[in-house]
Design a protein around this ligand. Sequence first.
Ligand code: C2E
Ligand code: MG
Ligand code: MG
Ligand code: MG
Length: 303
Amino acid sequence: EAKAEGRSGYRFYTSAMNARVLEKAGLEAALRNALERNEFVLHYQPKIDVASGRWLAVEALLRWDRPGHGLVPPEQFIPALEDTGLIVPVGAWVIEAACRQLGAWQRAGVPLGIAVNVSARQIMRVVREQGGATAPAAGGGGDPLWLAMTTCMRAHQVPPGLLEFELTESTLMLHVDETNAMLLRLKSLGVGLSIDDFGTGYSSLAYLRRLPIDTLKIDGQFIRDLTSNPDDAAIALAILRMAHSLKLKVVAEGVETQAQLDWLSQQGCDQAQGYFIARPMPVDVLEQAWHEHEARRGASPVS
Ligand code: C2E
Ligand code: MG
Ligand code: MG
Ligand code: MG
């Protein structure tokens, strides 16, 4: 078949392949230096309490300020970080940056928590390095996520209740026993745990019930057409009812309209996040927006 298409077609195909391989190699090489060159930044997007409208916490979202490319969004480099294992040191940097920020906000009287996204590899590195052995690190120490977190929280005097981790269903379904042991240790410290992008994976109710999770985040794809598509509304409602009956809080992500927020409010959704409320922002913009928000609410300004 390749022959029938002629040499030029074949050449075109290989050069396109080569370009992709080169691009991937270039991306990975640039990522290897990005940490020491301090090219990563966190943007923060608020999560609000639906009933009061009040900002409760922010989600830390990683961006890469790649020289000559501008601010690169996570979908364009997180897969490469995961493939190369660089997600482990970069993930530790994210936790350190979030804890440093929490410490600064504590001292400044800003009562916001921070949620950090965690990849499977950050929990599983120890297991993989041991060649597939399934025992978690003993005694609560050992794995990189735990180490990064406990060290940073101590260094920046962060109350554990202000920190939260977001894990996807696929991360949670991988190496179930180790993940569960890990979550229990985090939970025992008082760190918040939520399932991100809920509804896009295959978690069973029976399994979910056993996890020490506080919160489900309904994936934005079910929120988008909530007010026009009865199927999406039915799914969102089912998730809400199920989560509440399991005593879990529910966050709706991707809220883009007032109508969506009204619907969520009527159905008793606990928290919401999305462009309609606020976009992810650099920290200085976020702090300004938070002060304005508090002033509008008539709360006394932070001293
Ligand atoms: P996520 O954790 O589900 O984060 C939500 C994503 O939806 C963010 O994209 C956010 O900017 C976007 N978003 C928020 N509100 C709206 C809205 O109203 N409409 C729409 N269309 N989108 C909205 P972002 O920042 O590009 O991040 C994409 C994903 O990258 C995140 O999805 C998360 O899975 C991953 N990610 C981001 N930061 C980190 C990190 O530090 N570590 C790891 N492991 N993953 C990260
Ligand atoms: Mg998230
Ligand atoms: Mg999400
Ligand atoms: Mg998502």
